[in-house]
Every structure is written in C-alpha cells, then in structure tokens.
Design a protein around this ligand. Sequence first.
Ligand SMILES: *[C@@H]1O[C@H](CO)[C@@H](O)[C@H](O)[C@H]1NC(C)=O
Ligand SMILES: *[C@@H]1O[C@H](CO)[C@@H](O)[C@H](O)[C@H]1NC(C)=O
Ligand SMILES: CC(=O)N[C@H]1CO[C@H](CO)[C@@H](O)[C@@H]1O
Ligand SMILES: CC(=O)N[C@H]1CO[C@H](CO)[C@@H](O)[C@@H]1O
Length: 317
Amino acid sequence: MENFLYVTLLLVIISNISVSSNVNFHLSLNYTSVLQARKNFMSLDTSNLSYDSPYSYSLPIYHRDVFEKSDFKDYDSLLDARLARCMERSVNLSYENSSRDFAQVYPIKTVVYPLQGEVVVPLWIGSKLQRELLLVDTGSRHVWWQCGPCEPKKCYKQRSDDLYYSTESTTYQQIDCVKESATCIAGSSIVHCSKEETKCFYEVKYGYYGSTITCGFMAYEIITFSNILDYARIIFGCGKNQFKGDTKFPRLFSGIAGVGGGLYTNGFETYSLPSQIGATVFAFCIPTPTSGKSSTLTFHETPWKTGRSVFPSFFLT
Ligand SMILES: *[C@@H]1O[C@H](CO)[C@@H](O)[C@H](O)[C@H]1NC(C)=O
Ligand SMILES: *[C@@H]1O[C@H](CO)[C@@H](O)[C@H](O)[C@H]1NC(C)=O
Ligand SMILES: CC(=O)N[C@H]1CO[C@H](CO)[C@@H](O)[C@@H]1O
Ligand SMILES: CC(=O)N[C@H]1CO[C@H](CO)[C@@H](O)[C@@H]1O
C-alpha cells in the first residue's frame, strides 16, 4: 500500500504546482500495468546481463536496483530503500547551503552522494579483463576500486568475490611520483606524494560524509570498453583500505567512477574518467528502475573549444 501513498503525495505536490501556476496536469496512471512491471522486474533473471554497448568508447550502465533487488523481499521494500536514499540526498543537499537563497544556489553543480548513487557501470579491468561494478558519481573526479592485496582485513568482502588483484594483472603499474611528479597532482586535497616511498597516496571522503571511504595509492591500469578494440590506460586509486572511516561501502560494488568535470581549475579534473580518456563531454540516460535494461554512457570529443566543462544530461529512457 505504501506505493499508493507515494503516488498520492506526488499527486498532491503536482496539484499544488498546477494551482499556483494555473496549468492543468492530466496524469493517468494504470496501476495494473505499474504493478505488473514491478512484479516482472522482481522476477527478472539478472544472471546473464549484457555488458555490451554498441557504440565506440561507451559503457553500458544499469540502475542500481537491478543488482540489489535480490536483497529485498518485494518491490515495496526496494522502493522504500531507494526513497530513503533519495530523501537523505535531498535533505543533505538542502543543508549544504541553507544559508543561501535556494534559487541562487541551484543549480551551481550536481552533487551526487555516491554511496546513495543510483547508476552502476561495469568496467573491464586489467589484462585479465576482470569485470567490476562501479557506482557512477557525477559529483567527484576520482576513479577508484578495491585493489588486492589489501592491508590486512581492510577490503570488504565483495559480494561476487571477484576482488581485483593488481598482482595478477600485467597491465598494472604503480606510479613513481618522484620520477613522474605530474601524475600526483600537487596541491590536491586528495593525493600526496611520499618522497620516501615514491608512492602517490590518496584518501577520499565524499560529500558531507565526514569519514574516509577509501585510501590507497594511485596506479596505472587498462580499462577496456565493451567494444574490445577500445581501451584506455588510466590512473586509478588502488583502494587498499576501505575501513578507515565509519561509512560502509555497499559490498555489491567495487568502487566509484567519478565522472565529474572541470568545474575546478586546480587541475584535479584530470583524474576523472572523461578527462582521462580525452573526452570533453559525456552523456548518459538514467535507465528506468523497473526496466532491468541497460542504458549507455558515452564519451565524446567536441569539435569546438569547451574549456573543461562537462555537462551531464539526464533523461529517462
Ligand atoms: C492497464 O494495463 C493493463 C495491462 O497492461 C491492460 O490490460 C489494461 O487494459 C490497462 N487499462 C487501462 C484503463 O488502460
Ligand atoms: C546464461 O548463460 C549461460 C551461458 O552463456 C547459459 O548456460 C544459461 O542458460 C543462461 N541463463 C539464462 C537464464 O539465460
Ligand atoms: C558546500 C557548499 O557549496 N558550501 C558553500 C555554501 O555557501 C557558502 C557561502 O554562503 C560557501 O562559502 C560554501 O562553500
Ligand atoms: C552524508 C551525510 O551528510 N549524511 C547526513 C545527511 O543528513 C542526515 C540528517 O538528516 C545525517 O544524519 C547524515 O549524516
């Protein structure tokens, strides 16, 4: 029944808008088909998801619920969890700048709290083409995943148990930040070069999560796009310790793909996924939660000068 409550709330909100703006909304929902779609979604077999994308330099993306639905007894509880994340996100966003007029603040930037993120991208990593599921985050510019061998007991047990081991990948290479100082961006609040160990250490906190989500050091690795001829050598955060803070990372996922753009001018955007593969824009459509189908994240280079801005576009498919 809770679903109906949400629908009712939505209608109340919409009708308020329509009163104040003098526009009539005609919303007709077919409950039978909505309930049927949810039922179909819950019984969908996700063991053979397609990880292909028909386009060059693009990646398939899925709604997070596709992977998490088996944790919930029914669609209502899945929806409750999603709405709770959504609620937390909006509440925290409103805290973020409560001292300023909302109209002035919005939309300065998109902020997505990745642990509550809704979009998942499967990446093929390293020489073994290991598939890892990463949450997509438009609000950060850092790509990291769990990276064995971990500090003792400092990697969470991934659901699929396919932890990436840098020692098993021939394309992995640790960054020597003394020899290659440009790879470890000076003045960044996230990375710092240890002259003694020649490692570029990183530590990431997200949004208002006060605590560290992941720390480790920066390294090179190859990611392969679903069209196997397309690959890119990127710098990523090799996550050695995901237990430093008190925030638990959802263990279904292996890390975070930050796709945030160059809203900042300190050069830090060079670590974000689009920047690293030379894309000046990217686009993705957020897949509908109940479709179970993938959508596509594509990277492009614009023929015109863009500076370093990246504009995400949000549509429902
Ligand atoms: C609602 O959807 C069901 C199943 O898709 C369909 O059989 C039915 O005719 C629809 N009802 C209306 C009023 O459109
Ligand atoms: C999934 O794929 C495997 C091998 O490709 C096949 O044996 C299996 O029947 C498939 N399962 C479903 C539900 O399609
Ligand atoms: C997180 C964020 O954007 N905070 C800003 C809120 O507004 C003040 C000015 O009123 C800025 O200084 C903060 O950086
Ligand atoms: C990430 C974050 O800042 N979460 C906070 C969001 O707001 C709630 C209060 O509604 C806090 O409890 C969370 O810690």
